[in-house]
Design a protein around this ligand. Structure first.
Ligand code: NDP
Ligand code: 2IT
Length: 445
């Protein structure tokens, strides 16, 4: 396989789609050897077929604000690959949303979902709608208008969306309510639903819990644990909240959180009521983390800075793509950080990953570390199909088991001759092989 030629042609087809090109290059670099050893993949055009989505659906979303003014946003659903099961992946509502971002997320989702061991394909969607500062009524009208188009494209055996940045339990409720009204059917077409109407226990916590279960296994490969470790988190949303909860349970201390405005350093640790306060902060729809220091004055706010300059043992980026650059990576190395586990999707730039690898740090990519969210979505689909609910302990146990099996797969395919575990390679190869072999079985479609 000629990686440079493939990427050259691909970037000509998708000019300026930086995030999409970045995600594809990372996977191709990892699977190059496997593809060269398996000529059947190349002759069946697996690489060219896996790089492009099956289809992209774009629609206009007109909605009315509280003053009666009409606004128009763009809505999308990228149905990337359904070799393993129905398209599955979140919806992101954020002003930065564009097709490059949704295609990178949908592409990553194929391999992540493959790693979960569950029968789910990859997809992603969303809108450039900005929930910041909107009233509940405006968010509801937007969600209803969005679903007025989306409902035709999805179904419990076709495509099952969920939440992502800007789409939490509230939005899923409004989206599902409209879907139910339009189709007159009450089934598991969205995941992340409320507990009273088909949701699964542990789904809200699952991405953060899963990330910490995975990081725990990474640390264990060095005979280490979370006990007494200082942990830097970024973001203050759903993923950071779940991660903070579990880190405290495992005896670690969370010393930072961040938002688009900067980061807070809390020398006493984000624990107890402070974790609950994160939910309040998110619910305020203000998009800033600074109010934390008014509530807990021992903490310090660092305007416009990344948390990665703070000395820590473990770093778990939980905010957004490309939020950890080369300088940040160098700071982490300099301060003796042991382990970086990506809670967000693609938070580290390729240059930062190079620094981690050169320094033989424990480093694992989002598609492995944050797979607990979509795994628990898969468990929600199973419960919906069976028309019953499992207790929290059962879901958590299954989640824990899935994260361990993902770690095992990363070690199996990522262990180098010198014993270093390249989790990027491990996750990409393990995720790819299952999808590629399924595509071979299913013929040219
Ligand atoms: P949330 O909307 O709950 O939170 C994301 C947080 O990051 C918000 O606080 C957001 O602020 C903040 N943020 C956005 N841009 C920046 C920035 N440039 N610097 C610092 N903080 C920023 O989203 P989630 O917690 O659900 O998602 C976080 C990450 O985890 C994303 O990469 C997502 O794709 C990934 N993920 C989420 C899963 C889930 O189940 N929710 C599952 C797997 C991965 P704001 O949005 O207000 O700008
Ligand atoms: O990036 C992700 O894996 C998610 N946002 C969760 C997707 C899902 O379908 O639960």
């Amino acid at each position: 396989m000629n990686l440079e030629k493939i990427m050259h042609d691909f970037s000509k087809k998708h000019p300026g789609e930086v995030e999409y090109l970045q995600a594809v290059r990372e996977v191709l670099e990892s699977i190059e050897d496997v593809v060269n050893q398996n000529p059947q993949f190349e002759s069946a055009g697996i690489i060219e077929r896996i790089m492009e989505p099956d289809r992209i659906l774009t629609f206009k979303v007109p909605w009315v604000d509280d003053n009666g003014k009409v606004h128009v946003n763009l809505g999308y659903r990228v149905q990337f690959n359904n070799a393993l099961g129905p398209y599955k992946g979140g919806l992101r509502f954020h002003p930065s949303v564009n097709l490059s971002i949704l295609k990178f997320l949908g592409f990553e989702q194929i391999f992540k979902n493959s790693l979960t061991t569950l029968p789910i394909g990859g997809g992603k969607g969303g809108s450039d709608f900005d929930p910041k500062g909107k009233s509940d009524a405006e968010i509801m009208r937007f969600c209803q208008a969005f679903m007025l188009e989306l409902w035709k494209l999805i179904g419990p055996e076709i495509d099952v969306p969920a939440g992502d940045i800007g789409v939490g339990g509230k939005e899923i409720g409004y989206l599902y309510g409209m879907y139910k009204k339009l189709t007159r059917e009450h089934h598991g077409v969205l995941t992340g639903k409320g507990l009273n109407w088909g949701g699964s226990l542990i789904r809200p916590e699952a991405t953060g819990f899963g990330a910490v279960y995975f990081a725990k296994e990474m640390l264990a490969t060095k005979g280490e644990s979370f006990e007494g470790k200082k942990v830097c988190l970024s973001g203050f949303g759903n993923v950071a909240w779940g991660a903070a909860t579990k880190i405290n349970e495992f005896g670690g201390k969370v010393v930072t959180l961040s938002g688009p405005d900067g980061y807070v350093y809390d020398p006493n640790g984000v624990s107890g009521e402070k974790i609950e306060y994160m939910l309040e902060l998110r619910a305020s729809n203000q998009d800033i983390v600074k109010p934390y220091v008014y509530e807990f004055p021992d903490a310090k706010f660092h305007q416009g800075k990344h948390p990665w300059e703070t000395p820590c043992d473990v770093a778990i980026p939980c905010a957004t793509q490309n939020e950890l650059n080369k300088q940040d990576a160098l700071n982490l190395v300099k301060n003796g950080c042991l382990c970086v586990a990506e809670g967000a999707n693609m938070p580290s730039t390729p240059e930062a990953i190079e620094v981690f690898h050169e320094n033989k740090m424990l480093f694992a990519p989002g598609k492995a570390v944050n797979a607990g969210g979509v795994s628990t979505s898969g468990l929600e689909m199973s419960q919906n199909a069976m028309k019953l609910n499992w207790p929290a302990s059962e879901v958590d146990e299954k989640l824990h088991h899935i994260m361990s099996s993902i770690h095992e797969a990363c070690v199996k395919y990522g262990k180098q001759e010198d014993g270093y575990i390249d989790y990027v390679k491990g996750a990409n190869v393990a995720g790819f092989l299952k999808v590629a072999n399924s595509m071979l079985d299913l013929g040219i479609i």
